[in-house]
Design a protein around this ligand. Structure first.
Ligand code: GDP
Ligand code: IMO
Ligand code: MG
Length: 426
């Protein structure tokens, strides 16, 4: 199996967790390279449901090892909670999880700052402190895992940070109380985490030299990318495949393939432009049939038709070799299915994703219409057994994007998967 990046091609929640878990059967290591516990990756198998936020979905496969790369921001409390949750479910994490010593740590004040900024910015963040932790990293005042572990450095960085943020934090909390709380919790958190901490870039490069099979699991999606997403309504990291290099400390020559995950329709949670959004009963139907509620925050996800302008943009940015089409079953009951193939703004037609926020916020979608299949595809495990109109929908997406759909997902459970092209694993 090649070293594979698995990336979301929309606004997140494409079903990455399910796909990563499925494909990690064939992998040795599964690695997260960006984001934090803003992610919610759902995995369903053997009548069990797991939602993972920080730890790669491969942890649910026996004997697979997982790495949290330096590009991830780690909230120690959330991490311990997730490790405990897994251990209680009988999943051993010890000796199977490695965390970069240079990943940045999310501290309680980052969560507070996220809440304060949200009131002004209204991005609709998860309020997990992701943006403020990345902001500290780029402002060069962040707390890395190795700094957090070393008590002296920890105290120095904490002191400096709280002084710097005093004016803003003062309005929402008692700073000296906050400081002693952070200091008080640290020892126990460090005791629980330090056994997992490693030089993960060194590790990953050795693994690659030894021809180990690696899956890099993205969080969020391409349209939430801080550089290429619908700025400012984005997350604060680079979910695109290029994020792997900086987020893991591996060179681009070490990555073999990129697999993009795309939902058969589109969803978005939080604020921001969404040209194909359906604010009507069709959108509501998609939300209810697709159980489109945030895996992290429980918020209802906004729903709409598949957007090919955005999808082609995402394929280009990621250098996608193959796609996985998920949640096709959610479209089972439609007479007609629409695909957006262009945007219209001020009498101008856009076939390429517009970068101006004014255009993307105010454009209207141009649709083509395909006949629905109007029957359940549940339980189908072979492409040839799909209804003709479902095949036509899949072929149309392939034809318009020029990228092959190698896997189709037609249900939440691991078993509800149609592998069309086994080459993705070669
Ligand atoms: P992720 O963040 O990309 O891992 O996706 P989420 O787990 O946040 O959201 C995807 C949701 O869709 C989860 O509830 C999955 O269990 C569910 N899901 C995944 N694939 C399918 C599918 O093919 N059909 C249906 N009906 N649900 C799916
Ligand atoms: P997974 O990995 C969907 C969205 C938030 C908000 C924006 C910024 O499950 O696909 P943040 O807390 O990151 O600063 O919020 O990004 N967002 C996600 N939307 N899926 C996710 O992760 C998301 N993680 C963040 O809703 O709009
Ligand atoms: Mg999710």
């Amino acid at each position: 199996m090649p070293n594979l990046v698995i990336v979301g091609l929309q606004w997140g929640d494409e079903g990455k967790g399910k796909v990563v878990h499925h494909l990690s059967e064939k992998a040795d290591y599964i690695i997260r390279y960006q984001g934090g516990n803003n992610a919610g990756h759902t995995v369903v198998f053997d009548n069990k449901t797991f939602v993972l936020h920080l730890i790669p979905s491969g942890i649910l496969q026996k004997n697979k090892k997982c790495i949290i790369g330096n590009g991830v921001v780690v909230d120690p409390e959330a991490l311990i909670e997730e490790i405990d949750f897994l251990q209680k479910k009988g999943i051993t994490v010890k000796n199977r999880l490695f965390i970069s010593s240079t990943c940045h740590v999310i501290l309680p004040y980052h969560r507070l700052l996220d809440g304060i900024r949200e009131k002004v910015q209204n991005i609709g963040t998860t309020k997990k402190g992701i943006g403020p932790a990345y902001a500290d990293k780029y402002e060069r005042s962040g707390m890395r895992m190795c700094d957090y572990i070393d008590e002296e450095t920890f105290n120095e960085v904490l002191d400096k940070n709280l002084k710097e943020k005093k004016a803003v934090l003062e309005s929402v909390c008692d700073i000296s109380k906050l400081k002693s709380e952070i200091q008080g919790k640290r020892a126990i958190l460090v005791d629980n985490i330090k056994e997992y901490v490693a030089d993960t870039s060194l590790m990953i490069n050795i693994l690659i030299e030894k021809d180990k099979h690696i899956i890099f699991e993205s969080a969020q999606g391409t349209l939430l990318d801080v550089d290429f997403g619908t700025y400012p309504y984005v997350t604060s990291s680079n979910p695109i495949s290029g994020g792997v290099c900086a987020g893991c400390g591996v060179g681009p020559t070490k990555i073999d393939k990129v697999l993009g995950i795309v939902k058969a329709y589109t969803t978005r949670v939080g604020e921001g432009p969404f040209p194909t959004e359906l604010k009507d009963s069709t959108g509501e139907y998609m939300r209810s049939k697709g159980k489109e509620f945030g895996a992290t925050t429980g918020r209802p996800r906004r729903c709409g038709w598949l957007d090919l302008v955005a999808l082609k943009y995402a394929i280009r940015l990621n250098g996608c070799n193959y796609m996985v089409l998920t949640k096709l079953d959610v479209l089972d009951d439609f007479e007609k299915i629409k695909i957006c193939t262009g945007y219209k703004y001020n009498n101008e037609i856009f076939k390429d994703f517009p970068l101006s926020r004014k255009i993307i916020q105010n454009c209207s979608p141009i649709y083509i219409e395909l006949p629905g299949w109007n029957q359940s595809i549940k339980g189908i495990t072979e492409f040839k057994k799909l209804p003709e109109n479902a095949k036509k929908y899949i072929k149309k997406i392939e034809q318009l994007t020029d990228v092959k759909i190698a896997v189709i997902s037609n249900g939440r459970d691991k078993k509800e998967t149609i592998v069309v092209d086994k080459n993705i694993l070669k």
